[in-house]
Design a binder for this molecule. Structure first.
Ligand code: CA
Length: 651
């Protein structure tokens, strides 16, 4: 069938009615033997090939699968084929493609062949006792890339584990392996982050798993959605190793009080016609333009047709699999704006009913990378449709990001922290996470807001501040000026409702030497430089204080729709400065109200304080003042380019 005809065929209700299939898919071993199943309703023939190796030699056996109802093809054997590699020849319209199993749970080198796996065999010791640590009062997420996190010698990680899952299991690493300055897990724990978000750890295609050890890619090019990436394993050849090592990493993070979020990229596949999804059912999993060509809403060559029922099932199954098999605590959806709201809500519901309400975090990018060709009637999960999403499905808030550090259009554009335009009302919007009933707000509650200033995309916060403070070319900003702006930006971020998120290294002035999109830049650009964490320990400490304080402030941690009623007043003491007064009542706090004074100017800013006993919690220099807070009354003063956070004592 022509591609355009297929589009009409797959979009018809009759197709779903006749072929939607709920049978288990993939390969599985049990006491009865091994079962293979693949959904391929348009295929004329499906042949299974069995291999002893994951990457070399010919098949030692082949078997025709039997066609059953609803497009399901199966083959059974009484043998236990645990550890055997396999793949399928799928013939559609006379054309045969060799593919890996779309439901593969294990694979050989570079994901070319799938592997039958008895998953119990991949569990590290103590895995059955592994539990996520107790949820804290706030979620503060640190985004890391397995390779750039520990590949540098400064990480203090033994060479054989650098850039690997294994590095995430080491608890006592220090800068260069000497002294007491922590790195990696040791550092994250000390800073007080509650979650790490792993940039893609499913199997992706841009890095040869047996190739140059210095090859680098972010990994937004999915090949096998349900198998870990092999280049982060100590052995990419044997399918069970990457599984065990990723589980060990999750286990170690859990043991150290940190929950684990996974970055998932269901919106497109690395290849189109060479992907296993395309090979199994040509075009079914992909959105098409009217002429039959692939729609490119991802900007990466293809986009997934999440509104089709077996595609929706595929994504839901995959999320549930990672949550169950790998104990993953949350999911960050890349280009969530390409997936439909029905599917996202269904995923939320399925996770809630299995693990408890809100237990697993769910959020994504509420935008796409291009124009989508979704089926008419489909509502996509972009920023304009957040009201259609469950209140516990979050989205990155670009409003706060751009207000604080300047827009992305021009590296020199400025924000609150870099002498850009300032407006107290915008500041109040940021504080409220752009949530609630307000014409400028897209988020229905702070539970939907991911407040952030930096992620792997675009310039690091440090680089953006350097660019925007640069002014005319003769003036190079002094490090202390950038630091001052960085601290102000951080203080504003920590006064924003919603969940907090940052790129690893934001808290030590991470630089990618001005490179904006470093997805395939060399390691020297991407590597996390842990010596810098030691050099910038003033900044690191400032973040650490903000993290610790934040967890104790109910006025900011509140995720309910009603959180916006905590706003008491917005004050504008002078041009370029603003204050937001918040109701902070709640469990475990000494302060009934907060006063957040932001001074973006080069002059000191003083403002009259309302009646009551106020104490200084944070100023531009220290974020630990709350440990021994000085009292202040009548008037408060914020130094140039700084934040001042005050708490009003209860009673
Ligand atoms: Ca791979």
């Amino acid at each position: 069938m022509h591609a355009a005809t297929l589009k009409t065929f797959f979009d018809s209700e009759g197709f779903e009615y006749q072929y939607h299939c709920d049978a288990p898919l993939g390969s599985s071993v049990s006491v009865y033997g091994t079962h293979f199943a693949i959904w391929a309703p348009t295929a004329q023939r499906v042949v299974l090939y069995l291999h002893h190796s994951g990457h070399e030699g010919w098949a030692y056996a082949s078997h025709d699968l039997a066609r059953g109802e609803r497009g399901l093809w199966t083959w059974d054997t009484p043998e236990n084929l645990d550890g055997v590699y396999y793949g399928y020849d799928v013939t559609v319209d006379g054309e045969t493609r060799f593919i890996a199993d779309p439901y593969a749970r294990a694979c050989g080198l570079n994901g070319v062949r799938s592997m039958v796996v008895d998953l119990a065999r991949t569990n590290p010791p103590g895995w059955e006792k592994d539990r996520a640590p107790k949820r804290q009062s706030e979620d503060i997420i640190y985004e890391i890339h397995v390779k750039d996190f520990s590949c540098d010698a400064s990480s203090g990680v033994p060479e054989k584990y650098r850039g690997k899952y294994k590095a995430l299991t080491l608890e006592k690493t220090t800068v260069n392996g000497m002294g007491r300055r922590p790195t990696c897990l040791n550092y994250i724990k000390k800073q007080g982050f509650t979650h790490v978000e792993l940039m893609p750890v499913y199997d992706y295609g841009s890095v040869d798993e047996a190739g140059d050890p210095n090859a680098f890619n972010w990994g937004y090019d999915p090949v096998n959605y349900n198998v870990p990436e092999g280049s982060y394993a100590t052995d990419p050849y044997h399918g069970e190793v990457r599984i065990r090592e990723l589980k060990e990493a999750v286990q170690a993070l859990h043991k150290n009080g940190i929950r684990v979020i996974m970055d998932v990229v269901y919106n497109h596949t690395y290849h189109l016609e060479r992907s296993c999804l395309f090979g199994a059912v040509p075009w079914y999993y992909y959105r098409q333009n009217a002429d039959g060509s692939a729609s490119n809403g991802s900007g990466c060559g293809s986009e997934i047709a999440s509104e089709r029922s077996m595609c929706a099932r595929y994504i839901l199954d995959s999320v549930l699999y990672w949550a169950e098999e790998y104990h993953i605590d949350g999911f960050r959806f890349d280009l969530m704006g390409l997936l439909d709201t029905d599917l996202m809500n269904k995923i939320r519901q399925a996770l809630d009913s299995k693990y408890g309400e809100g237990e697993k975090l769910l959020f994504g990018e509420p935008w796409a990378g291009g124009r989508s060709a979704e089926r008419p009637g489909t509502q996509l999960a972009h920023k304009g449709n957040l009201h259609l999403l469950h209140p516990s499905i979050g989205a990155f808030c670009d409003n706060t990001r751009d207000a604080v550090k300047g827009g992305l259009g021009d590296p020199r554009s400025r924000g609150f922290a870099s002498f850009g335009e300032f407006n107290s009302e915008w500041l109040a919007c940021c504080v409220r996470g752009w949530a609630g009933k307000h014409p400028m707000h897209a988020f229905s509650a702070p539970s939907q807001t991911i407040s952030y200033l930096s992620s792997h995309d675009d310039w690091t916060l440090w680089d953006k501040l350097v660019y925007s403070l640069h002014g005319d070319r003769r003036f190079v900003p002094r490090r202390e000026d950038v630091l001052r702006s960085n601290k102000l930006a951080a203080a504003i971020l920590f006064c924003c409702q919603g969940r907090l998120f940052m790129l690893s290294g934001e808290d030590f002035g991470r630089t990618k030497l001005g490179v904006r999109n470093s997805y395939k830049s060399p390691l020297r650009i991407n590597r996390l430089d842990w010596k810098r964490a030691s050099r910038f320990r003033g900044l690191t400490e400032y973040y650490r204080g903000l993290i610790a304080l934040r967890k104790t402030l109910p006025g900011l941690c509140d995720k309910r729709v009603q959180a916006n009623q905590r706003l008491i007043e917005v004050v504008s003491p002078m041009r370029g400065a603003g204050a937001v007064r918040l109701d902070n009542r709640g469990k475990g706090t000494k302060y009934s109200e907060l006063m957040i004074l932001i001074n973006t100017t080069q002059e000191p800013c003083s403002m009259a304080l309302p009646e009551g006993k106020w104490r200084v919690l944070v100023d531009g220099t220290s974020s630990f003042l709350w440990k021994k807070p000085q009292s202040v009354s009548g008037e408060a003063e914020a130094a140039p380019v700084s934040a001042l956070v005050l708490g009003r004592e209860l009673g």
